[in-house]
Each structure stands twice: as structure tokens, then as C-alpha cells.
Ligand binder design. Structure first.
Ligand code: AMP
Ligand code: GLY
Length: 422
């Protein structure tokens, strides 16, 4: 069957790479894709939020399966639109995508169904938010914009002054735009974070190997938050016993809660988990594959990704036995100097052939473009260098042995991805 992958980042290159391994895959298209996906698929110049354009293309080409990468088209309801038109698209409908689209929706779901999370208050006017802050005694305190803010809408306030300023920035100055019409203010949770990417058809849940992201720009988790500077899987902090607690107290209760609200959630259920001293708690849900977690998780999968996606859509996930390699993978993001702030583009990338013929090293493209026949940088997160090894230690050694073979002017990457796990 022919496949359409929607999106243009490292995550979408990894999804395309995984789909290309499937015997079921016919032609693969990527909209809009990047120079990495172009090596495996045909890129089509349709933006990820052009729902009508994507629908027309998928109908024209009789696409058998569409895999949606980013959250924006999901929140816009692309899966409903495709389904109404007789197409199969992997991901939640607009109703389920609210889990990422609105923190207020999700936190209230957690509260109503007793799903372990940080204590919180939600506010649609700043006076009430400030009153809540004044009554709060414990710091830090976390202030979050309600809506989509490209992973940036979270402020960790160290004291009352900062918390009040955060509310003003989000609700009055609208630093995250309309996402700040409402805020969630919540307790700061201590612990190690893990990303649990699970596949569900609304009844059955299959968890992929647990991953850990590295959100801050600098080594030692210093500096501002980014989209993610690297990831590894499986995360040793998530032992089998911990995963069982997460599955039993967070993941299954969530899809059950959604069912009680009339929502059959299908697709990726990506739980951002804090492993606190009093047990795992969910910080947030994303309704799609994580980036950069996917670039470390999918290379570990033995089961055909197309079978998994189709079973999730068809509600037959209970028939799938998920098989993963007994190995570890790590992914280091090569970023443009200046990211997540201002950075230059158009720098030529060299060394992209460095790992040809090596099946344990993969380059996933993110912010690259082709200019005058050459690959150049076009974004903040430019490339993902992924290594697979028998364990995290060997994967870490491998990735850092080879990472410098790929170069561009102003390349920056973290030197400590995966070190926490060793
Ligand atoms: P979110 O977009 O909700 O995942 O938040 C982004 C990042 O902020 C998370 O990955 C955490 O590192 C941090 N964060 C969010 N909420 C909390 C919390 N309640 N306690 C501690 N850290 C948090
Ligand atoms: N790695 C964080 C995210 O995908 O949102």
C-alpha cells in the first residue's frame, strides 16, 4: 500500500525510514518532508497544516495509510477529515488531540479520574491566578499557557514575584499568543523525567521502549529549553516494575477516562512522566510521536510499523505482539549555533556519507535544505546522529566517536546525551 507521512522534521524522517523497512510499503510520500526523507520517499510540496491540500493529494493517490507527525494537523482535526473521506490516518481525532491542545482539558481529566499528576489550579483571568499564587507557600511553582506553544509555554517560577510576572507575561503580554488565554498553575515535581510513547487503539496499549529526552540547550541540563537536544532508549530509570505502574495507573486509566468522555483515542499516546519519590506522575500528554525520542525508539522496533498503525486504526491492536531489539539507541541533535535563540541558516553540511554501509549509525535530517545541489542548514535543529549498540554505553561511545564526521559552520551539540543512564 502507498504511504503518506506528514511533517518535515527528524521525527518524520525516522517514521519514513521505519515505514521503508516494511514489506507492506508501496510508494512512500512525505509532505512536505526534508532532504533526508527525499532519499527514501517522494517529497510533495504541501504544508502539514494544509488539510484540504493533503486530503486532495491522499484521495488522488489512493493512499492506504497516512501517518501524521506533528500535533498541529491533529489538533486541527486531520484524522476526522481523512476518515470521513474513507481514508486511513494514524493519530487521534480532534477530540482526542485536545489532550495536547489544551492543558486545562487534560488536567481536569486527570482530576476527574484520579490520574496521578501535579496539584494545580486553572484560571481564565489573571486576578484569580494571582490570588492563587499569593496563597501558595511552596516554590518553585510552574505556570503554563493552556494552548499549543511549540513546547515553550512553561515557566518555572522560583518565587512569588516570578510567578506573578509569568502570569502577566502569558495572560496580558501574550508572549505565547492565544495559548495564554488561560493558564494552569501547578506544583513543581522533583524527579527524573521519562517519555513513554505508547500506541493505542482506544482499548489496548502497546508501550514502545521508554526514552529520555534532553530538553535544555547546554550540558548538565543548563540553559533554556529547546525542542530536545538528544534522546536515548530504553531508559534504565523505567524498569519493568516502574513501567507496569505507569501502564496501570496512568496510561490505561487515561484511555478509559477518555472513553467515559465519549472519546475513542487512537494513535500515539506520549506521556511525559516525572518519576517522583512518591511514584510516577504524568506532567503532560502529547498526541504524536516525540521528537527527538522517535529517532531513538523506532530503530529498536522489530515489529512492522505499518502493521502497528493499521491495527491501531482498525481497533485490532490486541492481536499485535510488539517485538523490540535487545539493544539500545541514542540520538544526538546537531543544532545551529544560537539555537534556541537566533541562528544563521544556509551553512553547507559535509560528511553526510560518513556512515554509508554502517547499519548501526543513521543520520536523520531535520532542518536541512538543498541549495544549488548542496545540503545546507535551514533550521535550529539540523540533523540527528543516531547510533545503535548492544547497550547504552556502547551506543554512547559509538555516537560520540563518529559525531564529528558530520560538520557545518557553527555546529553545536550536547556532549552528555545518555551520560545520565551510565
Ligand atoms: P511540558 O510542556 O508540560 O512537558 O513542560 C515542559 C518541561 O517543563 C517538562 O518536560 C519538564 O521538564 C518541565 N515541567 C513541566 N511541568 C513541571 C512540573 N509540574 N514540575 C517540574 N517540571 C515541570
Ligand atoms: N521531545 C519533546 C516533544 O516531542 O515534545
Amino acid at each position: 500500500m502507498d504511504i503518506l507521512v506528514i511533517g518535515s522534521g527528524g521525527r518524520e524522517h525516522a517514521i519514513t525510514w521505519s515505514a521503508a523497512l516494511s514489506k507492506k510499503a508501496g510508494k512512500i510520500f512525505c509532505a512536505p518532508g526534508n532532504p533526508g526523507t527525499a532519499q527514501l520517499a517522494e517529497n510533495v510540496d504541501i504544508k502539514a497544516d494544509d488539510l484540504e491540500g493533503l486530503l486532495k493529494f491522499a484521495l488522488d493517490k489512493k493512499i492506504g495509510l497516512t501517518i501524521v507527525g506533528p500535533e498541529v494537523p491533529l489538533v486541527m482535526g486531520i484524522v476526522d477529515l481523512f476518515t470521513e473521506n474513507g481514508l486511513k490516518a494514524f493519530g487521534p481525532g480532534e477530540d482526542g488531540a485536545q489532550m495536547e491542545g489544551s492543558k486545562v482539558f487534560t488536567k481536569n481529566l486527570f482530576k476527574k479520574y484520579n490520574i496521578p499528576t501535579a496539584d494545580f489550579g486553572e484560571f481564565d483571568e489573571s486576578a484569580a491566578a494571582i490570588k492563587y499564587i499569593k496563597a501558595n507557600k511552596k516554590y518553585p511553582l510552574v505556570v503554563k499557557a493552556d494552548g499549543l506553544a511549540a513546547g515553550k509555554g512553561v515557566i518555572i517560577a522560583k518565587n512569588e514575584l516570578e510567578a506573578v510576572a509569568a502570569v502577566a507575561d502569558i495572560m496580558s503580554r501574550k508572549i505565547f499568543g492565544a495559548a495564554g488565554d488561560r493558564v494552569v498553575i501547578e506544583e513543581f515535581l522533583e524527579g527524573e523525567e521519562a517519555s513513554i510513547l505508547a500506541i493505542t487503539d482506544g482499548e489496548t496499549i502497546l508501550t514502545l521502549p521508554a526514552a529520555q529526552d534532553h530538553k535544555r540547550i547546554f550540558d548538565g541540563d543548563m540553559g533554556p529549553n529547546t525542542g530536545g537536544m538528544g534522546a536515548y532508549a530504553p531508559a534504565p530509570a523505567v524498569t519493568g516494575a516502574v513501567l507496569k505502574v505507569i501502564t496501570d495507573t496512568i496510561l490505561y486509566p487515561t484511555i478509559k477516562a477518555l472513553r467515559s468522555e465519549g472519546i475513542i483515542y487512537k494513535g500515539v499516546l506520549y506521556a511525559g512522566i516525572m518519576l517522583t519519590p512518591s511514584g510516577p506522575k504524568v506532567l503532560e500528554y502529547n498526541v504524536r510521536f516525540g521528537d527527538p525520542e522517535t529517532q531513538a525508539v523506532l530503530p529498536l522496533l522489530k515489529t512492522d510499523i505499518i502493521d502497528i498503525c493499521m491495527a491501531a486504526i482498525d481497533g485490532t491492536l490486541k492481536n499485535i505482539r510488539l517485538e523490540v531489539k535487545d539493544m539500545a539507541a541514542i540520538n544526538v541533535v546537531l543544532a545551529s549555533r544560537g539555537y534556541p535563540g537566533e541562528y544563521e541558516k544556509g551553512k553547507q553540511v559535509t560528511g553526510l556519507d560518513a556512515f554509508k554501509g554502517m547499519d548501526d549509525m543513521i543520520i536523520f535530517h531535520a532542518g536541512t535544505a538543498i541549495k544549488d545541489g548542496k545540503t545546507v542548514t535551514s533550521g535550529g535543529r539540523v540533523l540527528n546522529i543516531t547510533a545503535i549498540g548492544k547497550d547504552i554505553k556502547s551506543a554512547v561511545e559509538k555516537v560520540y566517536k563518529y559525531v564529528d564526521r558530520v560538520r557545518f559552520d557553527g555546529v553545536y551539540y550536547r556532549k552528555d546525551i545518555g551520560k545520565r543512564a551510565l
